[in-house]
Write a protein that binds this ligand. Structure first.
Ligand code: HEC
Length: 98
């Protein structure tokens, strides 16, 4: 229910003894990137860069652009941990298949 969003509910609490699943690259992408770059990296036809064409041998460029932003793309440095950035890179490198 929308009205309950943002409110911590008992059923959202981790069950003792079970590991809290970490977010995958795909999930991080869906949450932070897909509204501009398209669901499953399929570019929605807006002006955003088509990530399926990002050169897979340019990880450093990826990190710099994502952490610092580029032109109209916001900077994500404050949002992402190094681990999440690695997972995103794996996802983008896989062309959305991982
Ligand atoms: C508000 C819309 C928006 C969101 C959200 C967004 N981007 Fe972008 N992104 C853009 C635009 C626009 C460009 C093209 C920038 C340019 O070259 O002018 C771009 C470009 C890029 C590029 C190419 C940069 C380069 O070096 O050419 C990468 C990589 C990228 N985005 C990754 C991501 C990732 C990963 C996320 C999620 C963490 C994300 N973007 C979220 C709008 C967005």
């Amino acid at each position: 229910m929308m009205a309950a969003s943002g409110v911590a509910r008992a059923q959202d609490a981790p069950v003792p003894g079970t590991a809290v699943p970490e977010k995958t690259g795909r999930q991080i992408y869906s949450y932070l990137c897909s509204h501009c770059h398209g669901f499953n990296m399929v570019n929605p036809g807006t002006s955003s860069y088509d990530l399926r064409r990002f050169p897979v041998d340019q990880q450093e460029r990826f990190v710099t652009s994502v952490m610092n932003g580029k032109n109209t793309m916001p900077a994500w440095g404050g949002e992402l941990t190094a681990d999440e950035l690695d997972k995103l890179w794996d996802y983008i490198r896989s062309r959305g298949k991982s």
